[in-house]
Design a protein around this ligand. Sequence first.
Ligand SMILES: [Zn+2]
Ligand SMILES: [Zn+2]
Length: 129
Amino acid sequence: MSRSGRCECGGVAFELGGELRPVVNCHCHRCRRITGHYMAATSVDVEQLRFDSDTTLQWYEASTGVFYGFCQTCGSSLFWKNDDEPHRVSVCAGTVEAPTGLTTSTALFMSEHADYHTPAPNLTEHLRD
Ligand SMILES: [Zn+2]
Ligand SMILES: [Zn+2]
């Protein structure tokens, strides 16, 4: 099953193949600032991410080997990747066209979650393998 996604302006448009990981919410301070709230992302094998357009895709290295992908025209948060796991890429779930078929499984860095936010109660704090 293939799903499509894009940024708001369409400068970045992509297809996702294969199995999508359940959505992980990351409440760390970096994701909070970069997304404006928290990161909610699925992930795929890098070979399963195919670009129809990546003309406005920009990667920001937030710390050594940790990259956030965003659209340099409209500012949409799109991707996250980590050199420790080079075969995977996280994809911001809100950029995937509905119906995504996704559910949310996990919340990370709950200790850093924004004080205005009431997190969902029934999410585990660790990634399931
Ligand atoms: Zn855009
Ligand atoms: Zn994070």
